[in-house]
Design a protein around this ligand. Structure first.
Ligand SMILES: N[C@@H](CCC(=O)N[C@@H](CS)C(=O)NCC(=O)O)C(=O)O
Length: 292
């Protein structure tokens, strides 16, 4: 009997759809659960390009990418057809299946995209990442986020969700895995309060302090420092967050960026430094991160 193995993850919808196809055809298979945070050497060997589940191993030969695997299953085993017979209907089925995959429209240097990527990875969600050129936004981005026209946008089951904080709460509610927000309603409210404060007060003030000069910069710096003081007491470039002025914040920031998970998901340091240096030299021409 032919040997069929499926390397998958129970949290992955892509693995699940392959399992359904195998079951529909009545194929016997061995399921090998992968830990997506600690991928096995076999998974990396069989899917060296994407390093993702699912991988179907049939007679020792690996097939990757769930939609390709499903078509392979349909063509290899008898039983109820998965794809329609008619070529046009088949093309349509492929179109809709591809559209429904989880997608994240992001930009490599965007802290808002990065935080969503971290949330997806924390939950072990498989997704397709689409890098946007913010200087030349794609029709897909404009279609999915016509109001703000910004990244990130998460597309789940063909439906777009915009605004990083809303996306993160959505991810937290939809996928199992470690909780992102605290369970306790009051703690959740507090987490929302501080992140809103960070996004709406601290980041814009720090941003303005970075890009202004002279007197204007001093004024913006003072404003940023006022906001940071609140953060500092809460969590007991331009020299803003220094050890002497903000010891708690500084310690927290060090611990945050030195945790292996965060480190892996931060943008490349040289690339982001080059972007900021270019922006300081020519602020108008380099408004957005260049395409990765
Ligand atoms: N509040 C939004 C902010 C997103 C945001 O500002 N994204 C920037 C990249 S860092 C963007 O897409 N900018 C394009 C633009 O402003 O046209 C969120 O949290 O998602």
């Amino acid at each position: 009997m032919a040997e069929v193995k499926l390397f998958g993850a129970s949290t992955s919808p892509f693995s699940r759809r392959v399992e359904m196809a195998l079951k529909l055809k009545g194929v016997e298979y061995e399921f090998i659960e992968e830990d997506l945070k600690n991928k096995s050497p076999l998974l990396l060997k069989y899917n060296p390009i994407h390093k993702k589940v699912p991988v179907l191993l049939h007679n020792g030969k690996p097939i990757v990418e769930s939609l390709i695997i499903i078509e392979y299953i349909d063509e290899t085993w008898e039983g109820p057809s998965i794809l329609p017979e008619d070529p046009y209907e088949r093309a349509m089925a492929r179109f809709w299946a591809k559209l429904l995959d989880e997608k994240l429209l992001g930009a490599w240097g965007s802290p808002f995209s990065r935080r969503v990527e971290m949330a997806l990875k924390l939950k072990g969600v498989e997704y397709e990442y689409i890098e946007e050129d913010l200087n030349n936004k794609s029709p897909l981005l404009l279609k999915y986020n016509p109001i703000h026209k910004k990244v990130p946008v998460l597309v789940h089951n063909g439906k777009p969700i915009a605004e990083s904080l809303i996306i993160i709460e959505y991810i937290d509610e939809v996928w199992e895995g470690p909780s992102i927000l605290p369970q306790d309603p009051y703690e959740r409210a507090m987490a929302r309060f501080w992140v809103k404060f960070l996004d709406e007060k601290c980041m814009p003030a720090m941003w303005k302090a970075f890009w202004s000069t002279g007197e204007e910069r001093e004024k913006n710096k003072d404003e940023a420092i006022e906001h940071l003081k609140f953060l500092e007491s809460e969590i007991k470039g331009v020299e803003l967050i220094t050890d002497d002025k903000f010891p708690n914040l500084s310690k927290w920031a060090d611990e945050y960026i030195n945790s292996s998970f965060v480190k892996e998901n931060l943008p490349d340091k040289d690339k982001i430094t080059a972007f900021f240096n270019a922006r300081i030299r020519a602020p108008d021409e380099t408004k957005y991160f260049p395409k990765a």
